[in-house]
Design a protein around this ligand. Structure first.
Ligand SMILES: [Zn+2]
Length: 271
């Protein structure tokens, strides 16, 4: 099996996790910028985090034969302090030119607040101005449907961004259709409890087909499973899917989306 982990917060994981992922066939991991479990107090804190994502983590992943790419932004959870957000937005462009940065992400909404919407619009403008791919986080539970609608409207209004260069992540049964119908890519997040289980993800593949769709573990410091993608591949096999269809879902689809960035390269001689 070969696969790509398109959404993993590896700075919060151990070297054992890298080893397990490499053993299961992971060739590439992509790490969107996110919340650290607590609100950072200064733009300098974000600057250090972006350095960790662009300098340190690729080296750590390389020790296990895994290529590491990243996405830069201010997480929606940290949008309420608009003055700090302004300062962080100013330092983002210096990182967009780094060789392993694929785009702006994971931007989006968390509680659908006015300040979150303001900061989302600024990120969308930044991505359009710098011709970046975009990775979008959608809210949880009761805020997901409304938040997804708001996000899609904001991005659709930005004519410089084309939907096929934007992935809307953490879709569920009630949001996947509107995302795909509008021409965006959709990401299904395989969590042990919330978001989406393996069985629900495979059901969605059966209902909506396997185009413009990927799966990720979104593993972070919370309750999450770094091997969720290969485990779901095994579940697909049990349901009778061919190796070719599984390979498309866990490898060729993420490659197709991320290859829209000229920086994205597959490992030359993967294990
Ligand atoms: Zn995430």
């Amino acid at each position: 099996m070969r696969y790509i982990e398109p959404h993993g917060h590896m700075v919060s994981r151990t070297t054992d996790d890298y080893q397990d992922m490499a053993t299961a066939g992971c060739q590439v991991v992509c790490e969107p910028a996110f919340w650290a479990g607590f609100d950072r107090g200064s733009a300098a804190g974000f600057h250090d985090y972006f350095r960790q994502l662009t300098d340190q983590e690729p080296k750590r992943a390389a020790r296990y034969g895994i290529s590491h790419y990243t996405w830069i932004c201010l997480n929606p959870k940290e949008s309420e302090d608009t003055q700090l957000a302004e300062e962080v937005l100013k330092i983002i462009p210096e990182f967009l030119d780094k060789p392993t940065v694929l785009g702006v992400g994971e931007i989006g909404l968390n509680k659908n607040s006015r300040n979150e919407i303001l900061v989302l619009e600024k990120h969308v403008d930044l991505a359009a101005k710098h011709n970046q791919l975009v990775l979008v986080h959608t809210p949880h539970l009761e805020d997901k449907l409304k938040g997804t609608r708001l996000i899609l409207d904001i991005i659709k209004n930005e004519r410089r961004l084309t939907p096929n260069r934007v992935i809307i992540d953490h879709v569920e049964e009630h949001t996947i259709k509107m995302v795909l119908d509008k021409g965006f890519w959709a990401g299904m997040t395989l969590y042990p409890e919330s978001k989406c289980t393996s069985a629900r993800a495979i059901d969605m593949i059966e209902v909506f087909g396997g185009e413009r769709l990927w799966m990720n573990s979104a593993c972070d410091w919370g309750h999450s499973v770094p091997l969720a993608v290969p485990r779901t591949a095994l579940e697909m096999r049990k349901r009778g899917y061919t190796a070719d269809v599984i390979d498309k879902m866990i490898y060729r689809n993420p490659v197709a989306f991320m290859s829209q960035s000229p920086k994205f390269k597959l490992p030359i001689d993967p294990l």
